[in-house]
Design a protein around this ligand. Structure first.
Ligand SMILES: [Zn+2]
Ligand SMILES: [Zn+2]
Length: 341
């Protein structure tokens, strides 16, 4: 039996839709019938060669939601029929990071669906049973898919920033992850300021309850605008853009002892004179992916109405190239979700 899957061939090559074998679950694994897979900017980074983890010829996609339809040895058969969102790291389980639940930092992961092993731009995926996070009935599978990366990444980055109620959290770059970060920061009691491009996206930020918004397309000095709104500057800035210019502006809009959390990246380097960090005691933090616990938290936040995944549109798996093109245009007001079949 075969299925359609979108394959990563190698850096600087377009993905290809191919027929591959439907995988069978091994010991401790389940097979998930995929209902939806979100399209993340990371897929562009893989295609363009900006992210290359050394593996070739695997199925891309890591925002996966579906239904468990078969189990391997040592997995309770009662899981069949369970609706789940998939956690996309499977650490070695033995290193110091895995022991602390930080599988996203494991130096020798067993698998990383969509990055080094088969992911979710397909009809089925086989994953470790504990990577499947059960979904409450009120969360539809298309809504759940973006939690797998955008939602859980936002929770992880938000925890990194250690937000305190009343602080100003700036979301610099208002795409799929930015929308989730904004909602997480608001749930923490922070005041939120969204910086993005275009009236349509900024309206989404307002609809999500942003305390303030700045349309970067119409603001010559974004850092000054942030200072004008926040008083001294932001307590935390989440940089989701990652261009040299944006990261500089992100650092400039912080108050003393502010925290800069880097999440997005491009081919650019981040350059800053150390005195800017030293005399203002600025902390620069990197945040990658999430823990399994962060994904559970993201699902819980959605279930309680504190976070809403925004879906711009649903497209067919076969139309993945057009979906990536749309992500590249940066005009979406939410995630694109691919549905197989
Ligand atoms: Zn490990
Ligand atoms: Zn992602």
């Amino acid at each position: 039996m075969s299925m359609q899957a979108v394959r990563y061939i190698g850096p600087k090559q377009n993905f290809e839709l191919r027929a591959v074998a439907i995988p069978a679950p091994g010991r401790g694994q389940v097979r998930v019938r995929i209902a939806a897979c979100g399209v993340c900017r990371t897929e562009l980074h893989l295609r363009d060669g900006l992210l290359d983890l050394g593996r070739r010829d695997f199925t891309v996609g890591h925002e996966i939601a579906g239904t468990i339809e078969a189990v391997g040895e040592a997995v309770a058969p009662e899981c069949v029929g369970q609706r789940v969102v998939v956690y996309y790291y499977e650490g070695c389980g033995a290193c110091r990071y895995c022991r602390d639940g930080d599988e996203q930092l494991c130096p020798a992961p067993v698998s990383q669906p969509g990055f080094t092993t088969d992911g979710g731009y397909a009809e089925y995926i086989v994953v470790r049973a504990r990577n499947c996070v059960p979904l409450p009935a009120q969360i539809p599978l298309t809504q759940a898919a973006p939690l797998g990366c955008a939602g859980s990444t936002a929770v992880h980055a938000g925890k990194k920033a250690r937000l305190v109620p009343g602080e100003w959290a700036v979301v610099h770059g208002f795409g799929g992850v930015g929308m989730a970060v904004l909602q997480y920061a608001a749930a923490c009691g922070a005041r939120t300021l969204a910086i993005g491009l275009g009236a349509e996206r900024m309206q989404v930020a307002r609809d999500l309850g942003a305390t303030a918004v700045i349309d970067a397309a119409e603001t010559p000095d974004v850092a000054a605008a942030v200072t004008a709104i926040t008083g001294e500057g932001a307590d935390a800035v989440f940089d989701l853009v990652g261009t040299a210019a944006c990261m500089r502006i992100s650092a400039a809009m912080l108050r003393r002892r502010g925290r800069l959390v880097l999440i997005g990246y491009t081919a650019d380097e981040f350059s800053i004179h150390p005195v800017e960090l030293i005399v203002r005691e600025i902390a620069v933090l990197g945040s990658v992916g999430s823990t399994l616990g962060d994904l559970y938290d993201a699902v819980d936040l959605v279930a309680r109405g504190l976070m809403t995944p925004f879906i711009d549109r649903t497209m067919k798996l076969a139309d993945f190239a057009a979906a990536l093109e749309a992500v590249e245009q940066q005009t979406l007001t939410g995630r694109i979700v691919l549905t197989p079949g």
